[in-house]
Design a protein. Structure first.
Length: 471
């Protein structure tokens, strides 16, 4: 269940009590104020704490506005408005109002529900106060338009804010990638409670067969069962599950999605590359200080790589079908890879970067570069020589291009059996990490990037941030 954040201050409650003549009930926030900050419209949760329906969604409480609307009603305004406003437009407004309100009622609520549209009626006009309140808050209400015109009221005379919500139970996000399946559980304020990163290899073999393999599906579903137990243990009220490039490519993704849904109770959502990029960008910058300039974010996954550009907000991105697993399976066929295989792999990446520069030349002028996801974090861990994963040492760590090239030369010239012994390199990533190095080296060479800063926050953090900031 969700309630609305930006809760009223004690001073607000005292003032609203004075305006109403009684203490306001239920969860609400002030969404319209006068220019001096006096409450004008309250936005109420559709249910009181005991489940009783709250009859008024947008409650007009403004000292001047309630008097003006009352006078208009006393002069026969209800009947006049009903006669002068287009009936079809009014009926549509009632439907919009009811749909917006009903969408906020918890799915598990079985008791009485508020009914009707504006003012509690499905047809006609019942209360000018209700229509004016919704209109002031930004509602598309023809009766509100009519009342405002009669009163000479303009929204520009007020401070209007959108309702925001905060969940009352922990949130969970799962990202099912080509190489790894990851979980993030946070508290209601976004504070991390659990973060799990495990290689499940769902997309292994997809580059050749275009199908998810039975053993890969089984590994991933088994990991999802463990994640489901953690989600249940923490009592998560919000759960979003995303799937990326492997499921976008595979012709039999539905087989996996069906099995995952049976385990999780939530069907994974195959997100487009653009959506993946937008979420990854939000997650990547979420735990960095504000930057006065342009940020480039590089997300190297198992099946695809996203390159994103923005400042405080995401602007645009391109998604390329080259990732650690895809590049390893398509280009690196020997152990260790032959020099010509490495050259071809890097060349494939730089070709994509040529496309990026043609379409978005501003990427060449970024003032900050951030790298996210398993490959970049692993390359940084190897560069540092971490014996054990330590997010505090990795987050914010900067690697020069020469640092990245050195890690690449070391790992690419070792046999897999020897590569596994490098400090910072998990054994289950050793077989594809050279592919990840090829992607990062190709990007840094072609875009002439001097250094890259590591973020341990990623798409999962973007999912949580999006939910907490949603209206």
């Amino acid at each position: 269940m969700s309630i609305f954040s930006n809760a009223p201050t004690p001073a607000d409650i005292a003032r609203i009590t004075e305006l109403l003549g009684r203490v306001p009930q239920g969860n609400f926030q002030v969404v319209v104020r006068t220019r001096t900050g006096d409450p004008v419209v309250l936005y109420n949760h559709p249910l009181l704490a005991d489940g009783t329906p709250m009859p008024t969604r947008y409650w007009l409480v403004g000292e001047t506005e309630t008097v003006q609307a009352g006078r208009l009603e006393a002069e026969g305004g209800v009947n006049t408005a009903e006669a002068e406003v287009d009936p079809a437009a009014l009926a549509a407004a009632h439907v919009r109002y009811a749909e917006e309100r009903d969408a906020s009622i918890p799915a598990d609520h079985t008791g009485p529900r508020p009914s009707g549209g504006v003012g509690g009626t499905r047809i006609g006009v019942k209360c000018l106060h209700a229509h004016l309140g919704w209109w002031l808050a930004g509602g598309e209400d023809p009766v509100g338009d009519w009342v405002a015109a009669k009163l000479g009221t303009s929204r520009n005379d007020y401070i209007v804010s959108k309702p925001r919500k905060v969940v009352t139970s922990p949130l969970a996000a799962i990202d099912i990638g080509t190489n790894s399946t990851n979980l993030l559980i946070t508290n209601t304020d976004g504070t991390e409670l659990v973060r799990e990163v495990h290689v499940t290899g769902l997309g292994r073999g997809v580059v050749h067969s275009n199908e998810l393999q039975p053993d890969a599906i089984e590994r991933t579903v088994n990991r999802l069962q463990q994640y489901k137990a953690l989600i249940t243990q923490h009592g998560c009220g919000f759960v979003r599950v995303t799937a990326t490039e492997a499921c976008r490519r595979a012709t039999n993704s539905a087989v996996f999605l069906d099995a995952a849904e049976q385990v999780l109770g939530t069907r994974p959502e195959i997100i487009a590359g653009e959506t993946e990029a937008r979420l990854a960008f939000a997650g990547a910058i979420s735990h960095f200080p504000a930057h006065d300039g342009t940020t480039l974010v590089i997300d190297i996954g198992g099946g695809s790589t996203e390159v994103m550009i923005g400042d405080t907000q995401f602007r645009h991105a391109m998604s390329f079908p080259v990732g650690t697993v895809v590049l390893t399976e398509s280009e690196l066929h020997h152990d260790p890879p032959k020099p010509e295989e490495l050259t071809n792999a890097i060349g494939l990446v730089t070709d994509f970067m040529d496309d990026l520069l043609r379409e978005h030349p501003d990427v060449a002028h970024a003032t900050r570069v951030i790298g996210v996801a398993g490959s970049i974090v692993t390359i940084a861990a190897v560069e540092i020589g971490l014996q054990q994963f330590d997010a505090t040492k990795l987050h914010g760590h900067s690697m020069s291009r020469s640092d990245v090239e050195e890690v690449f030369r070391t790992l690419a010239t070792e046999k897999l059996a020897d590569r596994k012994h490098n400090p910072g390199l998990p054994a289950d990533r050793a077989d594809v990490i050279v592919g990840g190095c090829c992607v990062l080296v190709g990007i840094m060479r072609r875009l002439h990037l001097a250094e890259i800063t590591v973020s341990v926050n990623n798409l999962l953090d973007g999912v949580i941030a999006q939910e907490l900031s949603a209206p």
